[in-house]
Design a protein around this ligand. Structure first.
Ligand code: FES
Ligand SMILES: [Fe+2]
Length: 397
């Protein structure tokens, strides 16, 4: 799928009545139509309108801790290169050589000094400047009179790092990130301040895991937006924090939705616990919030831990889920003393994640039925999910 390939208008793919039905009041609305989960023409349209026009997540900084660490990432067919430069800044480039378009790096790796193209060895520094063009003027002549290196840099991608999360806006047309994230930062002022962002440390030992699921990426977001399924899908979790302990989160302007709980208990082994955020309001220590920031990242914020759960869409019905856990300060994140507690905690979140997979994959199967019209919502339980569906429609049209 080339970037400039012409795609059909959305109303040629989906009857506009079906899209407008999503935007009705929740009592009358239908969910997104089946095409949004199974139609290849639709996914091309969505790629442009939802992933390239928005601030989309492609990973976390903790995956590339050292200078030169690089990730080869495929965002729905677009090859990207994520690299930590020598000043430790994270940069994202199109993973394509300016010469004949060879892909620059195939696999994630640590690069020593330059990004060297394997085809004719043109090389770029970590800021994307073209620094070497061997034999460009003939054997052993490495410059050429009419060739301007500065016009052949790597193409950089609009990028912002926030709480270690790497956001990109491929089409460079979304509002400034600080403005974009401001409503969520305002909401979380009662829990964490900007200074607290610096305290978040990723855990090296049990911090990261991932999973491939047979489902469209949107079902993972929808599932995350609601606590309605707690008693059936997470019976253990439901014993400590049930539906009644949860509340809806619906951000305005519509960029995020989710749920919160008032019954979070810090994990403990004996009297060992993780360090906590010091600015967290004392009367809200048991609050935890689970926010899906559209399109593809879910964040869990607790007084003693923070996780990033992001989705890598691999195709219309295939998604890779990634989760990275962070703690407050290095002792909690990596200290020997709390290793067992981290292991337990990681096991807990992985179990929750796995419990959801069956539900998410089953919704994908249900969408193969042409007799299903997108379904109805509970006007009480499904408000955040409906909000996400409306956001998708608004992004499309
Ligand atoms: S394509 Fe990269 S050096 Fe020729
Ligand atoms: Fe769940």
């Amino acid at each position: 799928m080339g970037k400039k390939q012409k795609f059909k208008n959305i109303t040629e793919i989906i009857d506009s009545k079906k899209l407008l039905a999503v935007k009705k009041p929740i009592d009358e609305a239908n969910g997104l139509p089946n095409e949004c989960y199974i139609n290849e023409d639709y996914s091309f349209y969505e790629r442009e309108k939802v992933f390239f026009n928005k601030w989309t997540v492609i990973g976390v900084g903790s995956s590339i801790p050292k200078s030169g660490d690089s990730i080869s990432y495929n965002l729905l067919g677009i090859p990207l290169l994520i690299i930590r430069d020598k000043s430790m800044k994270i940069r994202v480039f199109h993973n394509v050589c300016s010469h004949r378009g060879h892909k620059l790096i195939e696999k994630s790796c640590n690069l020593k000094n330059v990004i060297r193209c394997p085809y004719h060895s043109w090389s770029y520094d970590f800021e994307g400047n073209l620094v070497a063009t061997p034999h460009i003027g003939g054997l052993n002549i490495h410059t050429s009179k009419n060739f301007d290196k500065s016009k052949n840099k790597l193409k950089s991608v609009r990028t912002k790092i926030w709480m270690d999360i790497i956001f990109v806006n491929l089409n460079s047309n979304e509002i400034d990130f600080d403005e974009y994230i401001s409503p969520l930062e305002q909401r979380w002022k009662k829990f964490i301040t900007k200074d607290d962002h610096n305290l978040i440390v990723h855990s090296n030992d049990y911090g990261y895991f991932c999973l491939n699921i047979n489902s469209n990426w949107k079902f993972a977001i929808e599932n995350y937006c609601e606590s309605y399924h707690l008693p059936t899908i997470h019976p253990e979790l439901n014993k400590v924090s049930n539906i009644n302990d949860h509340y809806h989160i619906q951000g305005l302007p519509n960029r995020f939705a989710g749920q919160g709980t008032k019954k979070y208990d810090q994990p403990m082994i004996g009297n060992k616990k993780f360090d906590t955020f010091s600015n967290w309001e004392k009367n809200r220590l048991k609050n935890a919030e689970y926010v899906a920031l559209f399109p593809n990242v879910m964040i869990g914020l607790h007084v003693d831990l923070f996780y990033v759960f992001w989705l890598e869409p691999l195709g219309i019905n295939k998604t890779k889920e990634h989760m990275q856990i962070y703690y407050v300060g290095n002792d909690s994140a990596n200290g020997e003393d709390l290793k067992e507690l981290r292991q337990e905690n990681s096991r807990f979140w992985k179990k929750v994640m796995l419990e959801d997979v069956g539900a998410i994959e089953s919704m994908q199967k249900g969408r193969c039925s042409p007799f299903y019209n997108g379904g109805s919502f509970s006007s009480i339980m499904d408000q955040p999910t409906h909000q996400f569906h409306k956001w998708v429609v608004e992004s499309l049209i």
